[in-house]
Design a protein around this ligand. Sequence first.
Ligand code: AMP
Length: 187
Amino acid sequence: MRIVLLGAPGSGKGTQGEKLAARLGIPKISTGDALRAAVTAGTELGLQAKASMNAGKLVANEIVIGIVEERLEQADAKPGFILDGFPRNTEQAQVLDAMLRRHQQPGIDKAVHLQVDDEEIIRRLHLRAIKEGRHDDKEDVIRHRIEVYNAETHPLLDYYKAQHKLVTVRGVGTLEEIFERILTVLA
Ligand code: AMP
């Protein structure tokens, strides 16, 4: 299966993506994780991405598209994958579709939208700031990331709806409850 996870920052894409990857035996590919690793390693790519990430802005499309294309070419991603945090705008979604066609792979099967209210998102991101100390989980950056999500990523719901691939899951409850809901909509 080829799955895209959609949802605001803090909606649980990373956690549920991990569980789903383990269950389905396919890799979870997170552009956020890849970018954070590049920043930590101090690579050229990391240096280019760092300022945007710390400001809660999107990193340039060509950088994240390059990361995804390279990762999807690896053997473990051929049978399927779960994308967490990509695509994040319409251009990325269009490029992803074109990329799969170019590599003669089947298209995305489902886009799973984890729906969580704004207040709950803000509460979770504050908690994560305390627990994990992520640079982009600070008050003003949190607000900006939500604005970016609403302006750039939210329109992707319509993109996948038009392709009859969108499924929506309420992202509030225990991890297990949410996971069961995801499995149900994917069945
Ligand atoms: P995440 O862990 O998915 O919330 O991503 C953390 C940060 O990495 C985002 O706020 C962006 O700065 C950057 N990022 C991750 N994925 C993308 C993407 N697909 N396009 C642009 N920037 C991204």
